[in-house]
Structure formats: C-alpha cells, structure tokens
Design a protein around this ligand. Structure first.
Ligand code: HEM
Length: 389
C-alpha cells in the first residue's frame, strides 16, 4: 500500500516518503501555512509551491478546504493511491471525470478515435494559421489556441464547420465534465447521431456511434457526453497547454529554431512545457478511508504545478529546456485515472506549431509584450501578442 508523508502505513521505499520528517508537517518559521486562495497565488503560484514543498509537504488548507500535497514523489503517490478516489460532487474541476462514464471515455479515446481526429487537427491548424499569415500582429490565445482544439473536434466529428462558434460556446459554458450534458448541444447532436447510426462514415461521431464497450454499443447520452468532453474540457485543457507551449518556445528563440529545423524534437519540447507549465495545476481526490493524517471524507489537492517544479526530481526546474532528458512529468496524471487524451493533445500541439511556423516563419513576440499566466486550478497565459511578419 502506498503512503504519503505523515501518512500511517508501510513505506514503499520512495525517497520522499522515507525522508519527510514529522516536523515538516508543522507550521514553518514563517508562521501558519499559506493558502491556495491567497490572491497573490493566482498571480504567481510558484513561491507558494516552493514554501509548501520545503515546509509543508502535507498540510490542511482550511480556506481551500483540502489537504495540499506538493512534492513530486508525494503527488505521484497520491494520484495513484486507490484509497484516494474521485472528488465529491461540486468539487470536480473541469477536467476530472466521474462515475461510470470514465471507462467509456478511456475506451473510446484510446481506441480508433485519435486516428479519426488526427486529420481534422492538421487541416484545422493550417486553416487557422493561414488566417494569421498576412497579419502584422495577432493574439495567439484568442485567435489560434482558443479555437484549434474545438474546431479540430468539430471537423473530426464530421459536424459543419460553420457551427464551430456556437458548439464551442455551449461547451465552454455548460459542459464541465463528462456526463454533464448541455441540452442545446444534445439537441444539436441527436439528428447527427441518428444519421451516423444508420449510415456510419469515417468521422469520429461514426466511430463513437459504432463503438462497443463490453460488447454493447454506446447509448446516445454516452456519445454526446464523449463528444462534449472532446469539445469542452479536453479541448479547453489542450488550448491552455498549447498557449503555454507557444509561450515557452517564443521565450526561447534558439530552441524554437531548433524545433523548427528538427521536427522530431517537438514532442520533447511539448512534454517539457507540460512539466514546467501544466494546464491543470490541481487534481482533487477524496479519502475513501483514513489515510495517515488525512481523515476519511477529506479532500486532497494534488498540486501538479508544484510537482513539475520540484528540484528533488528535476534539475533547474524553473528553466524551460526543450532538450531535457529526464521525462516523467505528471501533467496528465498517473495510474488508473491518467488522461486518455494524451495522443490527441500532442498531435494538436505539433500540428498547431507546424502550421503557425509555416504561415508565419518569423513569428516572435510583439515589441514589449510579456505573457501573464492566469488561473488557479487551470492555468495558462491570458494573451500571446505576436508579430506575424
Ligand atoms: C494537454 C492536454 C491535456 C492535459 C494536460 C490533460 C490532463 C488530464 C489529467 C491531469 C487528468 C487526470 C485527472 C485525474 O487524475 O483525476 C485527465 C483525465 C482525463 N482526460 Fe485529459 N488532459 C488533456 C487533454 C485531454 C483531451 C484532448 C481529452 C479528450 C480526448 C481528454 C480527456 C480526458 C478524460 C476522458 C479523462 C478522465 C480519465 C479517467 O478518469 O480515467 N484530456 N486529463
């Protein structure tokens, strides 16, 4: 059985579990533990993450209402621990999926769906990037990152391109996790479902309509729920990660040039961005039973953003290094609940980058611009102002 710092139970021999002293769980020299809800944290969470890792590796954050876990080894242990289960209703962040839909989601997105999506992603990336080609300046968040995953999903699902904006709007406002159906999206999709069930094609909606889980076809609600995940939570997370990826490369023109010259470097550059700047900073769990100091029923916040910058795991962790050779980021989670959308997300990032560089070979920051991150649970640059030519 795995255990966390200060948790009762046999040690697995993982370094941090063996080395955390009980004193580390007491308030440090600076006084009581800070909270995730401190307004300064949303502006820049990294000083808090450092304090937590160094002085409070497992601590109850009363204003946030959760136990915080911040060291890499402990975050990994916590997200893989079967005693820490899906969070309570109402505390599920946008990207976490609850209930019976989890198995369906994993099966569908790990099956043939990514292949059906790849073509849509590539086509859409080039269409969006070409629109920026003649422009002097653009905001890549509002005009590219925000649209690419959603427009690619619309294309891959075989829905009309003209409907992208309204489908995207429904998903951003109404669908925050799988199974959270948006009535307008449901009503919009139903006629397409009926047609694809009768005459399946090669698009993703047909793949989902003809998919079988445990020998049975997916019911309509499951298909619309999966389409909603793709268009909504999965797309939003990918859009945020793409924005951070572009920001990191634009901040390091030599690395950007290297990735352009050698496209095989792109997947490492993407993974490094997910380590340094994951789009989801917090993954929540609920203790199904007492786990060391954490009582049954309590919420545990696994801080992915803190884990990726842990100097005990990554050398010089604040530095973006597309050539880093020690992979192992936790941005997709780990273990049983880990993200089934990784391939799709990587394809989106790689096609997105290639398309932008093809359309705007001299892409660079607009004069004087510096990106600013925003968000606590989901975090990414608010804007990316660039010169396109
Ligand atoms: C860079 C992009 C992405 C990141 C960083 C990301 C991150 C994550 C994380 C951290 C989790 C685990 C949550 C937990 O442990 O409770 C997760 C789960 C999940 N993600 Fe993603 N995700 C991304 C893209 C996508 C996309 C594109 C899709 C849709 C195809 C997707 C679908 C899902 C689903 C269905 C789950 C639930 C899996 C389960 O509980 O078994 N994600 N994701």
């Amino acid at each position: 059985m795995l255990c966390l710092p200060g948790f009762a139970g046999p040690s697995t021999g993982r370094t941090s579990l063996a080395t955390v002293s009980p004193g580390a769980l007491r308030p440090g020299p600076a006084g009581p533990p800070p909270s995730l809800l401190d307004p300064a944290v949303e502006r820049d969470p990294y000083p808090l993450y450092r304090t937590l890792r160094e002085h409070f590796p497992l601590v109850y954050d009363a204003p946030f209402g959760a136990w915080l876990v911040s060291r890499y080894a402990d975050v990994r242990t916590a997200i893989e621990d079967p005693r820490l289960v899906a969070p309570p209703p109402g505390r599920t962040p946008a990207h976490q999926v609850d209930g019976p839909h989890r198995a369906l989601a994993s099966a569908a997105f790990r099956g043939p769906a990514p292949a059906a999506l790849a073509a849509g992603v590539e086509r859409t990336a080039y269409v969006l990037a070409r629109r920026l080609a003649g422009r002097r300046e653009a905001d890549l968040v509002a005009e590219f990152c925000h649209w690419l995953p959603a427009a690619a999903a619309v294309a891959a699902l075989g829905l009309p391109y003209e409907d992208t904006a309204r489908v995207h709007a429904w998903c951003r406002t109404g669908l925050d996790h799988l199974g959270g159906h948006h009535p307008e999206l449901d009503a919009f999709l139903r006629p397409y479902l009926a047609r694809r069930r009768a005459h399946p094609g090669t698009d993703l909606l047909s793949v989902l309509c003809t998919a079988r889980v445990d020998g049975r076809p997916l019911p309509d609600e499951a298909v619309t729920g999966l389409a909603g995940t793709l268009l909504g939570a999965g797309g939003d997370t990918t859009a945020r990660a793409l924005a951070s990826f572009l920001a990191n490369l634009l901040d390091h023109p030599a690395q950007l040039a290297a990735v352009r010259a050698r496209p095989e470097l792109a997947s490492g550059a993407w993974a490094e961005s997910l380590r340094r700047d994951p789009p989801l900073h917090v993954v929540l769990r609920r203790a199904a039973e007492p786990v060391g100091a954490v009582p049954a029923g309590a919420t545990v916040a696994c801080l992915l953003g803190a884990a990726g910058r842990d100097p005990a795991r990554f050398a010089d962790p604040d530095r973006y290094d597309a050539f880093r050779t020690d992979p192992g980021h936790l941005a997709y989670g780990s273990g049983h609940h880990s993200c089934p959308g990784t391939l799709l997300a990587r394809l989106t990032a790689e096609h997105g980058l290639n398309a932008l560089l093809a359309a705007a070979p001299d892409l660079r920051w607009a004069p004087g611009f510096r990106p600013t991150g925003e968000g606590l649970v989901s975090r990414s640059p608010r804007a990316l102002l660039v010169r396109c030519r």
